[in-house]
Design a protein around this ligand. Sequence first.
Ligand code: 5GP
Length: 119
Amino acid sequence: MYDDTNIFAKILRGEIPCKKVYEDDHTLAFEDINPEAPVHTLVIPKGKYTSMKDFSANASDAEIGALIRAVGKVAALKGVEDSGFRILSNAGDDAHQTVAHLHVHIFGGRFLGPMLTKK
Ligand code: 5GP
């Protein structure tokens, strides 16, 4: 079940501010409030999808296409399309998803190291 009180739903409704990077009919991109790299931008769908599991099963082709296009546009806008960037979307408890509205992180601006920390 989608919870309308999550923080990204509030950003989409304009109830709390964000530093907007990009917007189109289906997506919004804004700066992460607690950046973990020189570039750390979040891309979210405007539709009410809890995670990639929900989005991949239930979003329209237009929404899915727009999200992927937005990732490329944001990478270009943030100046990391050639230097390199990483996208990441945490889904569910094992991935430590903390906001229950689908979001794709875009990291860049420095060498990002290996994909996952070793336990
Ligand atoms: P997750 O851990 O769910 O993959 O990522 C959630 C992200 O949302 C975190 O990187 C966190 O810093 C970011 N975040 C949480 N609250 C806010 C907020 O109010 N504004 C913005 N811009 N980012 C937020």
